[in-house]
Design a protein around this ligand. Structure first.
Ligand SMILES: [Zn+2]
Length: 202
């Protein structure tokens, strides 16, 4: 049996194959999927090491303005050619909100001020847990990095382009709810600092 292909940088995430299980860190034998406890897990047939594959945490920011929301056209897979929110993986030990601001800066060259949490998204079989924040541009102009994002534009909510990922429609719906809720709170005089960051109940 041919050894599984190793994923290169930037190729993990939504396309992560459960079969690309690699080699034993203890004895370098090729790992196999074997039933452990409640599911198949990469297991070393030689020394018995079981690899517990952790989820990946990613952050995205819905950057909203009067003209709509800011989207970038993806220049990398998954979703190459389609549009999505600025997003990326959280580093180990990194604060979520700082990762969100960093990803916007890296992909689009602009600074954002984060608003409320929009939601947390996951799906069966998908290793990625996506945490989404509201954001507002506080600098400009937008300059796509050309590597991960080829171009960027503001899109009105009623004429969005082809979006890249499964959660995108739900995220936009939740974001509208979060924005409306925040506007209501501000109108009622509640301090911004007192905003709960919990997932809004629909
Ligand atoms: Zn082993």
């Amino acid at each position: 049996m041919a050894p599984p292909a190793e994923a290169g940088p930037g190729e993990s995430g939504p396309s992560l194959s459960p079969i690309g299980v690699g080699y034993c860190a203890r004895c370098a034998t090729g790992l196999e999927l074997r039933w452990q406890e409640d599911r198949d897990r990469p297991t070393c047939p030689a020394c018995g090491l079981v690899v517990y594959v952790d989820p990946k945490v990613a952050v995205a920011v819905v950057v909203g303005g009067p003209a709509g929301i800011l989207l970038g056209r993806r220049n990398i897979d998954p979703g190459r050619g389609a549009w999505s929110f600025p997003a990326g993986y959280v580093n180990s030990g990194e604060v979520l909100e700082e990762a969100a601001v960093r990803e916007v800066r890296e992909e689009l060259g602009v600074e954002v001020r984060l608003g409320p949490l929009v939601g947390v998204y996951s799906a069966a079989g998908d290793p990625v847990i996506l945490v989404v924040y509201d954001g507002t541009l506080i600098s400009g102009p937008v300059q796509p990095d050309g590597r991960e994002v080829s171009e960027a534009a503001m899109f009105p909510l009623d004429s969005l382009p082809t979006m890249a990922f499964r959660h995108d429609a739900q995220i936009i719906q939740d974001w509208r709810f979060a924005r409306a809720s925040e506007a209501g709170r501000q109108q009622s005089g509640m301090a911004r600092a007192a905003l709960p960051t919990a997932y809004p109940s629909a």
